[in-house]
Design a protein around this ligand. Structure first.
Ligand code: SAM
Length: 461
């Protein structure tokens, strides 16, 4: 039986009354396992599609009621170890955590900020809703976690995300009034993590709850500054106490009367299949148009015009090399409106947001792991395709493709980083896929496929 801190039990009894017993008993039930299928890879997910049906059988999926792409899975099926996971067809995510991005409801073309984003559950869910249109800034303050976030953005084939690692107030100084929608999935005392992670029980205390609530209000100050008038924000936690949820919202709306709480949802683990979540949708008064015409940031940008980086000869030359490469290996892939960004030898494509673009120079001074889609590595007058590009294209766009079955020894060898025999007809840069879904690049020559699957992702053992 799970041993819970006595002050936590008292807090819950006070909060839930006669519902407290069934709630507390739920800590002795088995935890739930969830995944989301990736619409960026799988398109419109008709449940009757044969591929989706085969996924459902393989991982014994059953639908999560509040998320159309969300499923419970049988943990013995281990979807996280399957090549489909490496191909970004799915993201492992706790089912109740899927509720916040559904409530935020991002639309293609929106400019969205995910302010506390690692490891990327909500970011990749938002990216699925954006369908590659608009811009998503995913930020994570802790550098090691930001790296994981960036890898997940890449694996899921997100073409229109910037990944930064900044403190919320530093980001707010760069992007006042910039976002149509903001997700703040706040760091919290994690009462909904107790079944998943015994450390969360050890770290819990009334003082920790108070400290979390203060930090949440601090982060909300920055979120408030970055939301456009007329924009919406989702605030969520995976904790149950009122201090970090309703009380934080009350203090926030008292400080910022332009914000209204439109709706709150609580997912309780004794009432639904999930570890539990709190989510609120807030709206900031006013219209985005007014804000854009008066915002200091936009005024400055207009004075400066397009960033000088774009006209820089080195960037133009790098982009010419990348364009030639794309034409040669993935001519079916069209870049959205945007601008190139060259970080050292790495060339990225930063898509433009609908109304209020974020330019590459806006990222100056911010630790940026990914200033858009990583297109190519430029070295010695040549462009080599980036792994991110492989994950963002589809097989139909590419000139040379080599597809393998999930269980084949060749696929296993590719994922281990080995050179493998090239398929008949494969030549030059070749997109390697699992059953048609991209995994990475190889370079075919003389009947062999030189392995370009990133070293850090290779299977060991
Ligand atoms: N949204 C993520 C997802 O769906 O995968 C989970 C986010 S988790 C609940 C909260 C995140 O906030 C953590 O990654 C943590 O590192 C970050 N964090 C911690 N302290 C922070 C602070 N002071 N400001 C901003 N983020 C912070």
């Amino acid at each position: 039986m799970t041993t819970l801190p006595q002050p936590f039990i008292e807090q819950i009894r006070d909060q839930l009354g006669e519902q407290a017993d069934p709630f507390l008993q739920s800590y002795d039930d088995a935890r739930t396992y969830g995944l989301r299928l990736n619409p960026l890879k799988l398109g419109e997910l008709s449940p009757d599609d044969p591929f989706i049906r085969s996924m459902k059988e393989r991982f014994r999926l059953s639908p999560v009621p509040w998320c159309p792409n969300g499923y419970y899975y049988d943990e013995t099926a281990k979807p996280g170890k399957h090549p489909y996971h490496q191909a970004g067809l799915l993201y492992i995510q706790e089912p109740s955590a899927m509720s916040s991005a559904e409530l935020l409801d991002p639309q293609p073309g929106d400019c969205v900020l995910d302010l506390a984003a690692a490891p990327g559950g909500k970011t990749t869910q938002i990216a699925g809703s954006l369908q590659g249109q608009g811009l998503l800034v995913a930020n994570e303050i802790h550098p090691a976690r930001a790296k994981i976030l960036s890898e997940n953005v890449e694996r899921m084939g997100v073409p229109n995300a910037v990944v930064t690692s900044a403190a919320p107030d530093a980001l707010a100084r760069k992007f006042p009034g910039a976002f149509d929608k903001i997700m703040l999935d706040a760091p919290c005392s994690g009462e909904g993590m107790f079944r998943k992670d015994p450390n969360a029980i050890r770290e819990w205390s009334p003082e920790h709850v108070r400290m979390c609530a203060e930090r949440q209000l601090d982060i909300l100050d920055s979120a408030a500054a970055m939301l456009k008038p007329g924009g919406t924000m989702a605030y969520s936690t995976c904790t149950f106490n009122r201090s970090e949820n309703e009380d934080v919202l009350a203090a926030f709306t008292a400080k910022y009367p332009s914000f209204t709480v439109l709706r709150t949802e609580r997912l309780w683990p004794h009432l639904v299949r999930g570890e539990g979540h709190f989510v609120a949708l807030l709206r900031k008064d006013g219209s985005g148009e007014t804000d854009r015409s008066t915002s200091g940031r936009r005024g400055r940008d207009r004075d400066r015009g397009r960033p000088s980086d774009t006209s820089d000869r080195t960037v133009r030359e790098a982009m010419r090399l990348a364009d030639d490469l794309l034409g040669e290996i993935a001519s079916g892939f069209a870049l959205p409106p945007g601008e190139p960004a060259l970080f050292g030898e790495q060339l990225y494509w930063l898509p433009a947001a609908r109304h209020d673009p974020i330019y590459a120079h806006d990222l100056n001074g911010l630790k940026t792991l990914r200033p858009g889609l990583h297109l190519a590595h430029i070295k010695k007058g040549r462009a080599e395709p980036a792994h991110s590009l492989a994950m963002a294209v589809n097989a139909g766009m590419c000139r040379s493709v080599m597809s393998m079955q999930a269980e084949s020894p060749e696929l296993d060898a590719y994922l281990r980083g080995e050179t493998i025999p090239a398929a008949d007809g494969a030549s030059g840069w070749t997109l390697v896929t699992v059953e048609g879904y991209p995994l990475g690049w190889g370079k075919a020559s003389g009947g062999q496929l030189k392995n370009h699957f990133p070293k850090g992702l290779r299977r060991m053992g």
